[in-house]
Design a protein around this ligand. Structure first.
Ligand SMILES: NC(=O)C1=CN([C@@H]2O[C@H](COP(=O)(O)OP(=O)(O)OC[C@H]3O[C@@H](n4cnc5c(N)ncnc54)[C@H](O)[C@@H]3O)[C@@H](O)[C@H]2O)[C@@H](O)CC1
Ligand SMILES: [K+]
Length: 500
């Protein structure tokens, strides 16, 4: 699913109006109806509701929502925040229509006009929407502050008032802190950025049938991976396939005290459809791995405790494997750095690089240029910061991500809520699955195993990253259903992985 910018959203509305065609006021009615259908599924008619409307089309939505809720016998009070002398045409139209059915519209011009809001009430925030062009000030600011102070449940229409759709807010901006945001049709970039969490709450999309042709032809670097997008990427298995059909992966993982990382990664790789798997671990991990992952072959390193790359056991060279996954639990021993130095220039096909392999790269940035093109790097934000530099806000972080992926021609999976898969072309695919239960030890090792398996099977590296991150998050969601996000561990994700 595409994420469009604010100008494109405005143009999409206009395109829909012209080409469906539909009158602007009817499009607003459709948006209000979609909101009200959502609202009716979540709140009973006994709920006391205060609706705050601005003077633009977001406010127009609010007035239409008020009328539709009245028709459904909700108890509502309407407040128009009159911050300017001018209203939009569709606001005025809906204002007239609402006045025909209720007298109960009040105007907030001064702070003493702001009503008291009680804890069992629901506030609908329709003050400012995607038309925001400057920080909230004056009576808008005071109203937003009063709503944020109130113990009520807050639902924002389209986007929280005061939050920019796709540019950074200043830390001093006053912004609604909603429990829910009910947004129209497409997600907004602002919803996916960590610093905005409290200005978004639980966000939901409602379909208002904006024109598909405009969406399909609009260029954008931003995507949100939905289940149907991921399903399209999944390759079907041929009945006549054999284990040779699905590649032979090499995992370089583990060090003394961190053999568990190698075990988790190996299991995830096997559960993600790799044909054959060889794992190179330091000698101290040999028995552990052979016992806990009998499906994998183990090539013990000649070193007892860390990886050096050398082994007394004969075997193919790393370049001869379908792909290599490197990093889980490897530590940062000088021998391991030497291994990385000699290994990287020999590899020709994309590989997966994680954890301490990334930290070694950030301490030896000359090695970044040695990564095979289209390799997948899976840093969490701290690791990515070490690879690049500190960012001032989430938007700058996206720019740094894009620059890095372009410069080194790699795919970067920046892990977190809505993990961002960034391609060498500068596209960013935000993931839709996953939950806070995934932010515990071992889950990253599982992701490395998954991605290594997909590359070994011959998936296009971008598709492997998008699909792998989606499947990992989905397995995490299933694990959280079973165990709860607090009780779940990385092993539960392995048990929940499914590829159908
Ligand atoms: N255009 C359409 O056809 C549709 C628009 N919809 C709604 O329209 C909204 C966008 O409407 P508008 O473009 O009218 O914009 P808003 O309603 O967000 O804002 C209204 C106007 O307020 C002014 N403004 C900006 N920042 C301000 C601030 N800090 N303090 C005071 N005034 C400020 C601007 O002049 C802006 O145009 C969407 O968020 C959505 O809710 C929906 O009804 C769907 C259809
Ligand atoms: K709003």
């Amino acid at each position: 699913m595409k994420i469009l910018n604010v100008d494109q959203i405005r143009a999409l509305d206009q395109y829909t109006i012209q080409h469906e065609p539909i009158a602007p006021i009817n499009l607003m009615e459709r948006a209000a109806l979609a909101f009200v259908d959502w609202f009716a599924d979540h709140f009973s008619t006994s709920t006391a509701i205060k609706i705050f409307c601005g003077l633009g089309n977001n406010g127009g939505d609010g007035l239409a929502i008020a009328r539709l809720l009245l028709e459904r016998e909700y108890r509502i009070e309407v407040f128009v925040v009159r911050y300017a002398p001018r209203e939009s045409d569709d606001f005025m139209h809906n204002h007239r229509r609402l006045k025909l059915v209720t007298e109960n519209i009040r105007y907030v011009e001064l702070t003493h006009d702001i009503p008291a809001i009680r804890h069992n009430e629901v506030v609908i925030d329709a003050i400012l929407g995607s038309g925001l062009s400057r920080p909230a000030d004056g009576i808008v600011k005071s109203t937003v502050e009063a709503i944020n102070r109130a113990p009520a449940t807050v639902v924002s229409v389209d986007i929280a008032s005061g939050l920019y759709t796709d540019q950074p807010n200043s830390p001093t901006d006053v912004i609604i802190e909603p429990d829910y945001t009910v947004s129209f049709q497409l997600p907004k970039l602002a919803f996916l950025l960590p610093k905005n969490g409290r200005y978004v709450g639980n966000w939901q999309l409602v379909d208002i049938q904006l024109h598909k042709r405009y969406i399909d032809t609009s260029p954008t670097p931003y995507y949100f991976t939905q289940p149907k997008d991921a399903r399209l990427l999944l390759q079907k298995r041929d009945r006549f396939s054999n284990k040779g059909s699905f590649g032979h992966a090499l995992l370089l993982a583990g060090s003394y005290g961190k053999i568990g990382a190698a075990v988790l990664s190996a299991k995830a790789c096997l559960r993600s459809g790799v044909g054959l798997l060889t794992v190179q671990v330091p000698q101290c991990g040999y028995e552990i791995l052979q016992t806990s992952v009998p499906e994998a072959m183990c090539r013990p390193d000649e070193h007892q405790r860390v990886l050096t790359g050398a082994s007394e056991v004969e075997g193919p060279e790393p370049v001869d494997y379908s792909t290599v996954g490197i990093g889980p639990g490897i530590g940062k021993a000088p021998e391991t750095l030497t291994m990385l130095r000699s290994l990287l220039p020999t590899l020709k096909k994309p590989i997966v690089v994680d954890a301490d392999a990334l930290n070694l790269l950030s301490e030896n940035r000359d090695l970044l240029a040695k990564l095979p093109i289209n390799s997948i790097l899976t840093p969490h934000p701290k690791e990515f910061e070490r690879l690049t530099k500190k960012w001032e806000n989430d938007y700058q972080k996206l720019d740094i991500l894009r620059e890095f992926a372009k410069k080194y021609k790699v795919i970067v999976v920046l892990k977190g809520a809505y993990s961002a898969v960034t391609t060498p072309d500068g596209d960013i695919h935000f993931n839709s699955t996953g939950n806070p239960g995934l932010s515990t030890g071992g889950t990253g090792d599982v992701l490395t195993g998954i991605l290594t398996a997909l590359l070994a099977q011959g998936y296009d590296p971008i598709e492997a990253a998008v699909l792998g991150v989606f499947a990992h998050g989905l397995a995490g969601d299933r694990a959280a259903e079973q165990r709860g996000p607090i009780g779940m561990v990385a092993t539960d994700i392995l048990d929940s992985l499914r590829w159908d």
